[in-house]
Design a protein around this ligand. Structure first.
Ligand SMILES: NC(=O)c1ccc[n+]([C@@H]2O[C@H](COP(=O)([O-])OP(=O)(O)OC[C@H]3O[C@@H](n4cnc5c(N)ncnc54)[C@H](OP(=O)(O)O)[C@@H]3O)[C@@H](O)[C@H]2O)c1
Length: 346
């Protein structure tokens, strides 16, 4: 497929009708911030890849809480990045798996027909997405589009939290809350791959899932509050932050690392208040309190591809939705009870 240059509108979308005869695609489009009902199946022009970009024919794309924040524009702080008055990119979604349809002039590592997975910053809930070449890696042969699309953001978050922030070593005790969710289901498997003794916290219906991911111990939060047991952990990855920071810290060893990782919070600043509190407190204790923001890194996606190829990590898929029901996929994520990842097939 040739790459043609066409002008786009203020929200990053190419109008389907202009110029006459231009190629179009199906996409889930929003013209304003709001609840999932703002997302409409629409026909728009293909995105415009630059010299270093790849046009990917999307096979599947996963959705997660961050996509919901960007779609609603809440907490409002996200609008500083994604557009003050309305979303800068009219198509939500970040993670994708699919096949290379075309490459820009400067791209040499990928060719049309290659199977890839990775992340885009300009929208993936569409038949095609435009992605910088260094946001993509080859898809392991043992993975389906659905499995591969589930990996990038949640997998990289779990990997960076456990490896880069907590420096998890063999034999350490690691507790993961939200172990049945998108980040947690990867974190349990990655912590096991690092040789840790892993405890997953989840509800009764997910005990079997979290065990099957490899957790050595499972705490059912409907029966036991992990902050009220005698057990102490070297590392806590708290994806939920349902308990007060002080209580979670009591569950940490004196020099342990706590990663508060819930993106939820107030309407204006989201989790920023808690992040500042943790940073200030960490100056007064030997415990390491380390909120962090994950970053897309091609090298980390390659590390995940290795873990997926060797079977040390297998994506847990909750449900799949067709593209025209993308709004329902985001509603499901927003409810906060996913079991692994929610994927939209295209
Ligand atoms: N730091 C970063 O850069 C970064 C990157 C990505 C995501 N995040 C944040 O990480 C958090 C987790 O993301 P995610 O994609 O894993 O979310 P998710 O998939 O929506 O997680 C939902 C899971 O949490 C479980 N859960 C709810 N309440 C719980 C509790 N009290 N104890 C234990 N488990 C509980 C749910 O199980 P039940 O149905 O059984 O309740 C469900 O399985 C989000 O807040 C997200 O914003 C941060």
């Amino acid at each position: 497929m040739g790459i043609e240059q066409r002008s786009n509108t203020g929200d990053g979308l190419v109008p389907a009708a202009s110029p006459a005869g231009a190629a179009t695609m199906r996409a889930a489009v929003q013209h304003r911030y709001g609840p999932p009902s703002v997302l409409k199946p629409s026909e728009v022009g293909l995105p415009l890849p630059g010299r270093g970009d790849v046009l990917v024919q999307v096979g599947a794309t996963s959705v997660h809480p961050g996509d919901y924040f960007v779609m609603t524009g809440e907490p409002y702080v996200v609008r500083l990045v994604f557009g003050l008055g309305r979303p800068r990119h009219g198509i939500p979604g970040r993670d994708l798996a699919g096949v290379v349809a075309a490459v820009g002039k400067d791209v040499t590592a990928l060719r049309p027909g290659d199977k890839v997975f990775g992340w885009s910053t300009t929208g993936t809930l569409a038949e095609y997405a435009c992605v910088p070449a260094d946001h993509l890696v080859s898809m392991p042969a043992n993975l389906s589009d659905v499995d591969a699309a589930a990996v990038p953001t949640s997998g990289m978050t779990a990997l960076q939290a456990l490896r880069d922030i907590a420096n998890v070593r063999p034999g350490q005790t690691v507790l993961i809350t939200g172990a049945s969710g998108g980040v947690g289901s990867f974190a349990v498997q990655i912590a096991k791959a690092f040789g840790a003794e892993v405890t997953g916290v989840c509800s009764t219906r997910n005990v079997g899932l979290v065990r099957s991911l490899g957790a050595d111990h499972v705490v059912d939060y409907t029966e036991t509050d992990f902050t009220r047991t005698e057990k102490r952990y070297d590392v806590i990855l708290d994806n939920v932050e349902a308990q007060p920071l002080a209580a979670v810290r009591r569950t940490l060893t004196p020099t342990g690392t706590l990663i508060p990782n819930s993106g939820r919070g107030g309407r204006w600043l989201g989790p920023l208040g808690r992040i500042v509190k943790a940073r200030v407190l960490s100056g007064f204790t030997r415990q390491r309190l380390k909120p962090f923001t994950s970053v897309g890194k091609r090298q980390d996606l390659l590390t995940l591809a290795d873990l997926l190829t060797t079977g040390q990590v297998t994506p847990a898929i909750d449900r799949t939705y067709p593209l025209d029901e993308a709004a329902d996929a985001l509603r499901h994520v927003a409810a906060g009870h996913t079991r692994g990842k929610v994927v939209v097939t295209v």
